[in-house]
Design a binder for this molecule. Structure first.
Ligand code: GAP
Length: 490
């Protein structure tokens, strides 16, 4: 990441905090690493993105239904899914102090020191090397990087390191108030993905919603990972939200459905009028042993091209594993006629195509794409600037700001009447205070697509000035048309 990109990213983070989008969690206690809270405008934007996804999955696709599964699941779920054995990241121990470190923490601490010494280029280079080695799971290379950079233990002061070993990313906690004879019997995990809540409910949903293959189950909800690389604001968090959909198909049809969902999901992003040139697919070459095909949809964030969503052809791995561990059949009876045999397809464990997108990451995508520091040349030739969020109107936290020009002469009463007629339909904001230019700027900074000003002319001819956020153009329209204009745009 260049210094300029880093600056833009830092400006977005500051803006998100200053304007009530995202705050560090428990900030009065200096925050909690990689955990964030959403403020008044952030929680609206996040809810709008979630709803936009949910509607497009469960309302626009007749063959997808939703669920809302619990965060806690039976611990065997995670044995069956492979998370207990395989969901891990690297750790290293100092042989003299016996202190254990997460490899990324050690290297990041060194990078921080370089930054404090003003060695920005060296800092970026070190973090870049670390990210590449972590992605390649090159533990020898990571240890060498620690040694080459003379990274020492803060307790012993030595570089007497063990080899690097894996560390599981799942958070554990104890379940129930009664102590078990074996403490391990009380352990439950905070789910590291929402997908397993869908798999274990496959037959419940199929039977109760009377679904026929092919069909999908969608879910949004929190997931938790004790991430080791967690320094990129809400890009990588320890508590985050996923929007996942598992699509169950007849074995042999997975390739065509994978292709369908790969295109469909990119189209979903583009339906928000996000720039196509900032998107690309990254097809996975190295696949999990059960995966048939997998790709990421990547977006060009200020920190470079990064994954926002994954599309995975997961074979029948998950349902087969749950069948084996639970000893409960996870089969579907397909009574459609197989043209090759003239008989029904019969019983099988369906194959699955998964689409999995991080809600917080999508939020960051929207925010970083929307953010602009714009230079404005006025009619008299003088210049000014504004910070504006070009958030798509459909998902903007506030859709319409209603601003009486003065606090008197009956203007607030007219404005309140307009507010009352619009607020059942979409989120509005009402403000009487400050000069109108200042009020416009505040709305630009939170991404409100429309502002309406009520002035003395309104009293004469029932028209208002509507101002468009992106172009800053203004026009007069009848007050009776405002609601419809906003509804059409969203
Ligand atoms: N069920 C499949 C699954 O969880 P994943 O690639 O690990 O796959 C899917 O995660 C998506 O969840 C990612 O594309 C990303 O958007 C989001 N995600 C994963 N880890 C995250 C984290 N630590 N913080 C924020 N979002 C995360």
């Amino acid at each position: 990441m260049s210094t300029q990109q880093d600056n833009i990213f830092q400006q977005i983070i500051s803006h998100a905090k200053e304007y009530g989008f995202v705050f560090p969690s428990s900030e009065i206690y200096d925050g909690l690493s990689a955990v964030y809270d959403y403020g008044p405008y952030g929680s609206e934007l996040k809810k709008n993105i979630r709803e936009y996804w949910w509607k497009s999955m469960t309302q626009l696709h007749d063959n997808i239904v939703g669920i809302d599964a619990a965060i806690f699941m039976h611990p065997t779920t995670w044995k069956a899914s492979g998370h207990i054995d395989n969901f891990s990241d690297p750790m290293i121990d100092n042989k003299d102090s016996k202190k254990r470190y997460r490899v990324d923490h050690l290297i990041e601490a060194k990078a921080d020191t370089l930054a404090q010494e003003g060695k920005k280029e060296e800092e970026f280079a070190l973090l870049q090397k670390m990210d590449n080695l972590l992605a390649a799971e090159d533990f020898d290379g990571l240890k060498q990087l620690i040694l080459d950079n003379n990274i020492t233990c803060s307790v012993s002061g030595t570089a007497n390191w063990t080899d690097i070993r894996q560390f599981n990313l799942m958070f554990k906690t104890e379940f129930g108030a009664v102590a078990a004879d074996n403490p391990d019997d009380n352990i439950v995990y905070l789910r590291p993905e929402t997908a397993q809540g869908i798999f274990v409910n496959f037959l419940n949903v199929q039977k109760t919603a009377r679904m026929k293959i092919p069909f999908g189950i969608a879910q949004t909800g929190k997931a938790f990972r004790n991430e080791i690389v967690a320094r990129q604001f809400i890009f990588r968090m320890r508590e985050f939200e996923q929007m996942e959909m598992q699509f169950f198909v007849r074995p042999g049809t997975e390739a065509e459905w994978y292709k369908f969902w790969k295109e469909e999901r990119l189209n979903w992003h583009l339906s928000l009028r996000l720039p196509k040139e900032k998107y690309r697919y990254h097809d996975h070459i190295k696949l999990a042993h059960y995966a048939k095909e997998a790709c990421d949809i990547e977006f060009e964030f200020p920190i470079g091209f990064k994954e926002v969503e994954g599309i995975h052809s997961r074979s029948n791995f998950d349902l087969s594993q749950h069948q084996q561990y639970s000893r409960k059949k996870q089969q579907y009876f397909d009574n459609d006629i197989n043209p090759a045999t003239g008989k029904p397809y019969g019983n099988y464990i369906p194959y699955v195509i998964e689409t999995s997108i991080g809600l917080d990451r999508m939020f960051l995508l929207i925010l970083s794409n929307a953010y602009e520091e714009e230079k404005i040349t006025k009619e008299d030739g003088s210049t000014d600037s504004r910070v504006v969020l070009h958030i798509p109107a459909k998902i903007a936290p506030v859709k319409l700001a209603i601003l009486p020009l003065l606090k008197k002469d009956g203007l607030p009463e007219i404005a309140q009447e307009l507010l009352a007629s619009c607020k059942p339909y979409f989120k509005c904001f009402y403000e009487e205070k400050d000069a109108i230019g200042k009020r416009y700027r505040r709305q630009d900074a939170i991404g409100t697509p429309f502002c309406v000003t009520i002035d003395h002319q309104t009293k004469e001819d029932n028209t208002v000035t509507i101002r468009y956020r992106d172009s800053m153009q203004q026009e007069r329209i009848p007050i009776s048309k405002v609601k419809q204009l906003v509804l059409e745009a969203i």
